[in-house]
Design a protein around this ligand. Structure first.
Ligand SMILES: CC(=O)SCCNC(=O)CCNC(=O)[C@H](O)C(C)(C)COP(=O)(O)OP(=O)(O)OC[C@H]1O[C@@H](n2cnc3c(N)ncnc32)[C@H](O)[C@@H]1OP(=O)(O)O
Ligand SMILES: O=C([O-])CC(=O)C(=O)O
Length: 474
């Protein structure tokens, strides 16, 4: 019965879409090639539009809490001010993706093995499907999406030239953001907007651009890796029988390492979304709210990810761990680690990989990466992986005694880079690029929902100190 209703809805949505006058750039073959995921999203769009309509009708004037001066001065911490569909972050239990925890996703999402690949971890393209539609894709649907991403993953020649023109000394994240912005040359959204597409149609080319960008991220990231560090195949060759990250791993030279390829799958699946308020997701959403296309919007998100308090922390952690090994010993004792942490804190620096703006317990993403490391003998013997575990046993106590951070526990960055390093990726400044391949999985689907739900341009009110004082003295 349910499926009959769904089919009827699907047919109605298709008919409605056909009845709309699509700009030429949006019609025909492009949609045919993205059919399965477009169909899955099209099924959900009317349901969610109706939910939003009801919410507005019933609760437009309901309060979500008061705004205090401390919120305005404290980075808007805790204010409920954004709509975000893909995931919700709980301070104690961590992230859930449409209600599913990381262990739930590990059980339910199709894995590399399901697609006939070597490896056991969940596939990031299945996470993309879940984030976009709220539904777990079947193996066949995941396979179809993998193939679609492979078919759309080749870089246009102009983008290759743009990347090749960057000096090696330019940070890989600067290169990444600039290259992603350059891809807006081919944006279906920008072309449709120019041709006067209707507001109700916005979400379709936003989805088309998002899939196109996600498909190309491995090649962009791999070309940067090759140009800067001389590693990888240098061609960004795509094998249509491989999954999305199987291809990425191959392009950057780890195709023969099942461990690294599977680690990249897990890493990229779980870094995909962390609700809306984090800097990279929020920046993407903010820029997108001006109807900048998905390439420009995600380029902005990547620039936010490049900050050391956010995504760059995984690069920082590795440097931090190695400095500790150099100045203390390769296998420092807990006492030596404690002393080292205190020396860092006393010099006014932060302990990278620890603390979080929302979380108040160890990050379940850290736990997932530690689970991976604990199942791999080759990682268990790596001194840097052992050090991550030892620091985890010591740092929460030191940070608690130090008394400043609200969360003395590790976030995901405490573990992520050390495993990349152990598998041979020794170029720290590249680590955040791997994170940037991932964050698109959450930030871009929300742009699709922003457009499908007709979300307005974001424009909060700011106040000067003088205006605040004047307001408060009334
Ligand atoms: C994927 C991610 O983005 S996860 C986060 C990655 N970033 C890091 O690991 C960098 C280290 N951590 C930090 O700098 C912080 O914990 C952040 C940026 C993640 C969160 O910042 P906030 O929400 O402001 O944290 P919090 O409210 O606990 O900060 C209170 C004080 O504790 C300090 N503090 C927070 N974390 C740490 C830490 N790991 N080491 C030392 N001091 C810390 C803050 O700098 C702040 O000091 P101040 O009052 O002198 O300004
Ligand atoms: O949620 C945050 O503020 C930071 C974070 O862990 C992420 O974006 O993955």
């Amino acid at each position: 019965m349910m499926s009959i209703q769904r089919n009827a809805l699907r047919t109605a949505v298709r008919a409605a879409a056909q009845a709309q006058q699509q700009p030429a750039a949006l019609a025909g073959v492009r949609y045919a090639s993205t059919k399965s995921l477009v169909d899955a999203v099209a099924e959900v769009v009317p349901e969610k539009q109706e939910q939003l309509k009801q919410l507005k009708a019933k609760h437009a004037d309901s309060s979500l809490g008061e705004v205090k001066v401390s919120n305005l001065l404290g980075g808007m911490r805790g204010l409920k001010i954004m709509l975000w569909e893909g995931s919700v972050l709980d301070a104690d239990t961590g992230i859930t993706f449409h209600g599913k925890s990381i262990p739930d996703c590990e059980k339910e999402l199709p894995t590399a093995k399901d697609l006939g690949q070597e490896g056991k971890e969940m596939l990031p393209e299945a996470m993309l499907w879940l984030l976009l539609t709220g539904k777990v894709p079947s193996v066949e649907e995941t396979k179809g999406l993998s193939q679609e991403l492979a078919a759309k993953g080749t870089l246009p020649a102009y983008a290759e030239k743009v990347i090749d023109s960057f000096p090696k000394s330019m940070h890989p994240m600067t290169q990444f953001s600039a290259a992603v912005a350059a891809l807006n040359h081919d944006s279906a959204f920008a072309a449709g907007y120019k041709k006067g597409m209707k507001k109700t149609e916005y979400w379709q080319p936003t989805l088309e651009d998002s899939i196109s960008l996600i498909a190309k991220l491995p090649a962009v990231a791999a070309r940067i890796y090759y140009n800067v560090f001389g590693r990888g195949d240098g061609k960004q060759a795509i094998d249509s029988s491989k999954d999305w990250i199987g291809n990425y791993s191959q392009m950057i030279g780890y195709g023969n390492s099942v461990g690294m390829t599977d680690y990249l799958r897990l890493y990229i699946a779980i870094h995909g979304d962390h609700e809306g308020g984090n800097v990279s997701a929020h920046a993407t959403h903010l820029v997108g709210s001006a109807l900048s296309d998905p390439f420009l919007s995600y380029s902005a998100g990547l620039l936010g990810l490049a900050g050391p308090l956010h995504g760059l922390a995984n690069q920082e952690v590795l440097g931090f761990m190695q400095d500790m090994q150099k100045s203390v010993s390769e296998n420092p004792s807990k006492e030596q680690i404690t002393d080292y942490l205190w020396s860092v804190l006393k010099s006014g620096r932060v302990v990278p990989g620890y603390g979080h703006a929302v979380l108040r317990q160890p990050d379940p993403r850290f736990t997932a990466l530690q689970r991976f490391a604990s199942q791999r003998p080759e990682l268990q013997s790596a001194s840097i992986v052992q050090l991550v575990q030892k620091v985890f046993e010591v740092a929460p106590g030191v940070l608690t005694e130090h008394g400043k951070t609200k969360n003395p526990f590790p976030n995901v960055d405490a573990a992520s880079g050390c495993v990349l390093y152990s598998y041979g990726m020794s170029e720290f400044s590249y680590y955040t690029v791997v994170f940037g391949v991932s964050r698109a999985l959450g930030a871009l689907p929300q742009l699709v929902w922003d457009r499908a739900l007709g979300m307005p341009i974001e424009r909060p009110k700011s106040m000067s100190i003088q205006a605040l004082n004047a307001f408060l003295s009334k």
